[in-house]
Design a binder for this molecule. Structure first.
Ligand code: FA5
Length: 339
């Protein structure tokens, strides 16, 4: 019986065949199990241990041979599989198409890096804002005529989509409660009921800046920050000019134009007539805004500014229509992907 089983094991050349042999010889109904089961009734007391030992030895030998053969077959199959699945590393690869950052994302990151280099930290605030932070904390009480400068999307009487990033300066100062200086920028989306045209969008981006400390002056704003920003962003040959303006949250207030001496393609048409283009509003933080946020205006002073990165990108890269940023024509976007 043992010989016969060992021969069948030897002849098996698949795991399936081997399993059949295992079932046939060692299974519940196999001959060896049958012998062991039947020992009680048929054999004498003296025969039982002899036959039992023999049956167990046969069972052990057959099981061992089965395991050995199983390992052999598995090794052969693995070998075969490895040979079949060999990868030819010399074949040329298929290129995987990759995206890249949107031009607007790149310009915002570039501006952030520039201000981080000047010691500003980056903060964020909510796009759905309360009337208090969007207007009141910025010296624009209800009914103030200057609210009309920023036509708004209201959600309820007291909640709106922020019309500028200036609420983040109010929130930041409020959080610090006038206890220490603050130097921050805040990039983010803003919303206005403006009619869309080549330079206006109803949803656009702003980057707010705020610096409050003891003895901060207008000259720090102009020479220390805005001029440096313009030169680093657009090149040493660029000039800036500040024009008097009005914002209820700054006094005095200015708007900053940048010279268009170096022109890039169609973008020139934006400022060709005057040679200047407006890119931001700024000023010295109004004492009442400082006071409302918990700063003593006799000790602290500060400046703030708010710029439109779309207009900056238009100027820098010669984009002639702000709507290109939002219509997502892949041919337009691809031109600005860096390799
Ligand atoms: C403001 O929003 C002020 N909060 C800026 C400010 C901050 C002044 C801090 C003083 C101190 P203004 O409405 O001018 O200002 O907008 C600022 C910039 O946003 C503009 O110079 C322009 O670059 C951009 N901008 C304004 N409206 C639009 C629009 N509809 N589409 C695209 N960009 C716009």
């Amino acid at each position: 019986l043992e010989k016969e089983a060992l021969q069948k094991i030897e002849d098996a050349d698949s795991l399936k065949e081997l399993q059949d042999v295992r079932v046939a010889y060692l299974g519940k109904k196999g001959p060896i199990t049958e012998v062991l089961k039947g020992m009680g009734g048929k054999l004498s007391k003296e025969e039982r241990p002899v036959i039992g030992e023999l049956a167990n030895t046969v069972r052990g030998n057959v099981a061992e041979a089965l395991n050995r053969k199983k390992a052999d077959i598995e090794a052969v199959e693995l070998e075969k599989q490895l040979a079949e699945e060999t990868i030819d590393v010399t074949l040329p690869g298929r290129p995987v198409p990759t995206g890249g950052p949107h031009l607007l994302t790149s310009i915002v990151e570039e501006i952030e890096d520039l201000f981080i280099g000047m010691g500003f930290e980056v903060r964020e605030g909510p796009e759905v804002e309360t009337d208090y932070y969007n207007f009141e904390a910025l010296n624009l009480p209800k009914g103030h005529p200057a609210r009309d400068m920023q036509d708004s999307f209201y959600i309820t009487e007291d909640i709106l989509l922020r019309t500028h990033t200036s609420p983040v300066q109010a929130r930041t100062m409020n959080m610090i409660k006038g206890e220490r200086p603050v130097k921050m920028i805040c990039p983010g989306k803003v919303y206005r009921r403006d009619t869309d045209d080549a330079t206006h969008s109803h949803q656009f981006t702003q980057i707010e800046g705020l610096y409050v400390d003891k003895h901060v002056q207008m000259s720090d704003l102009k020479g220390g920050v805005l001029d440096r920003f313009a030169k680093q962003m657009f090149g040493e040959d660029r000039e800036i000019r500040l024009r008097p303006s009005f914002f209820p949250f700054t006094e005095p207030s200015v708007e900053m134009d940048i010279s268009c001496k170096v022109c890039h393609g169609k973008g020139c048409s934006v400022c060709k007539k005057t040679g200047w283009i407006e890119i931001l509003g700024a000023g010295m933080v109004h004492p009442r805004v400082l006071e409302m946020a918990g700063y003593d205006p006799d000790i602290y002073s500060g400046f703030a500014f708010g710029m439109g990165p779309e207009r900056i990108a238009m100027l820098k890269y010669g984009v002639d229509d702000i709507r290109h940023f939002y219509t997502n024509d892949i041919r337009f976007l691809k031109q600005y992907h860096q390799a």
